[in-house]
Design a protein around this ligand. Structure first.
Ligand SMILES: *Cc1c(COP(=O)(O)O)cnc(C)c1O
Length: 456
């Protein structure tokens, strides 16, 4: 062990970040604005406030303020499970026999089991402050719905979750956690909304997708007095809240006197990665430091590595604003891979712009190699990782092995976004040797790109 580097580094309460960092303030090329799907004009705050809470709309549109104070009530909630530890993966380094120094920021230390609680509490807080009765949302794998249910229970808000039908059926325990926290959970597509009935009529027997569930949740929010819609990833406001991950990591590294060379995160809609990298990216944008930043996505849903940078619909029902992002097309339904949190067709517009400006890299990895990394990590470091997080583990191990070849002592930081206890069907498939690596063909992607809206 390095003499001065402990196995785990926690911040003291007095060292905890008191403001979120908004990386957009330091971006020369700002992320493209959301567009009204009917007029193709940028969405105004007024239009957005029909769907989202007022303060969250302000955060969504704020490209100027670098720091936004975290309200005391949210800081108090964060104290229940934060700071999260920055862990030096000494056991993994030893097992790989690499000169690389590997660190991970562990976000799975709360009941919801992932980083999503960082934004759930913020969004629920602003809804409560606005005097709303409740919020609606969608959930795929279930982590976001669980996190939001916890936050709403804490604040006494009603929570209506549309859960992608296939997950609803395959993950009954996730559903029960949400219900235990008081949320109502509806399998999507459902007969309870107009858009749900339309999707069911067009695709009878469909097991749903995130895009369908979003359309249903938005419809209920905009048609029910005292409700707004909240989203667990993709949006600028979510990246802002998740900056707590990066700010804590940066503060812990500064305390240790260490600077990472490579920062790695899995990318679904981009919120954990965006949050983890934000203060480091800020330094890079201001020319104060340089870092290699790597987004890791599934080969079955490769938005960055094979997608188009274009305006697209965020949902299947096409009721949401248009976002400019790396996208596979809103009609793209990824094969049944086991990283539910990484199955979204698009990507955060902030990260999309940073990637387009070549300020970060992306790579895709295949499912079985991800689970091999997950199993290796579980056996060596003890934590049973979520399949999503294991994409970052895969890339971190690969980078550490490159260091072994070259003899370079690089410092690697990766985001360990959550635990995988509700993903044991996936682990079972892997353990039984029944897991497959489906990769979409160019023809399939072209077909989906053909459905992109024509803008400008
Ligand atoms: C949702 C989720 C992700 C992916 O979402 P991002 O917004 O890209 O961070 C990654 N890991 C876990 C554990 C998740 O629950």
């Amino acid at each position: 062990m390095d003499k001065n580097i402990p196995y785990k580094t926690y911040l003291e309460e007095s060292e905890m970040p008191k403001a979120w960092y908004n990386v957009r303030a330091d971006m020369k090329n700002k992320p493209a604005p959301l567009l009204n799907p009917a007029t193709h004009k940028p969405m105004t705050a007024d239009e957005l406030s029909a769907v989202f809470c007022d303060e969250l709309v302000a955060q969504e549109l704020d490209n100027e303020n670098a720091y936004i104070d975290i309200p005391q009530e949210i800081l108090d909630f964060y104290k229940m499970y934060r700071p999260s530890p920055l862990v030096r993966a000494y056991c993994l380094e030893k097992a790989l026999d690499t000169p690389a120094k590997i660190y991970y920021k562990f976000e799975g230390n709360n009941t919801s089991g992932s980083h999503k609680l960082n934004s759930a509490i913020a969004q629920a807080y602003y809804a409560k402050k606005q005097g709303l009765k409740g919020v609606t949302t969608e959930t795929g794998a279930g982590q976001w719905g669980t996190a939001l249910s916890m936050a709403c229970a804490y604040l006494g808000l009603d929570c209506k979750v549309f859960m992608v039908k296939v997950s609803y059926e395959q993950k009954p325990f996730r559903r029960e956690v949400m219900r235990t926290y008081g949320a109502s959970v509806t399998p999507s597509p459902s007969e309870t909304t107009e858009v749900g009935r339309k999707i069911l009529a067009e695709h009878p027997g469909t097991t749903g997708s995130l895009g369908c569930a979003i359309s249903e949740a938005v419809e209920v929010a905009t048609h029910t007095e005292g409700y707004r819609y909240v989203l667990g990833s993709v949006l600028n406001q979510v990246l802002l809240h998740q900056s707590i991950i990066g700010l804590e990591s940066k503060a812990a590294f500064d305390k240790l006197g260490v600077k990472p060379d490579i920062i790695i995160g899995c990318a679904g809609g981009g919120s954990n990665l965006g949050g983890l990298i934000s203060p480091f990216m800020g330094e890079k944008l201001r020319g104060e430091a340089d870092y290699r930043i790597i987004a890791v996505e599934p080969a079955s849903c490769p938005s960055f590595t094979r997608g188009r940078y274009a305006y697209d619909f965020c949902d299947t029902g096409k009721v949401c604003p248009l976002a400019k992002m790396y996208t596979l097309g809103s009609g793209f339904i990824p094969s049944a891979n086991h990283a539910g949190g990484l199955r979204y067709h698009g990507m955060s517009s902030t990260l999309s712009q940073l990637y387009d400006d070549k300020l970060m890299e992306a790579r895709s990895v295949e499912q079985t190699s991800v689970f091999a990394a997950a199993q290796q990590f579980a056996r060596i470091e003890g934590i049973l990782p979520a399949p999503e997080s294991s994409h970052a583990i895969r890339a971190a191990i690969d980078e550490a092995m490159k260091c072994k070849e070259t003899g370079e002592e690089k410092t690697i930081l990766f985001g360990l976004t959550g635990t995988g206890y509700f993903d044991m069907v996936a682990y079972q498939k892997f353990n039984d040797g029944e897991m497959t690596d489906y990769i979409p063909t160019d023809e399939e992607l072209e077909k989906s790109f053909a459905g992109l809206p024509k803008i400008g």
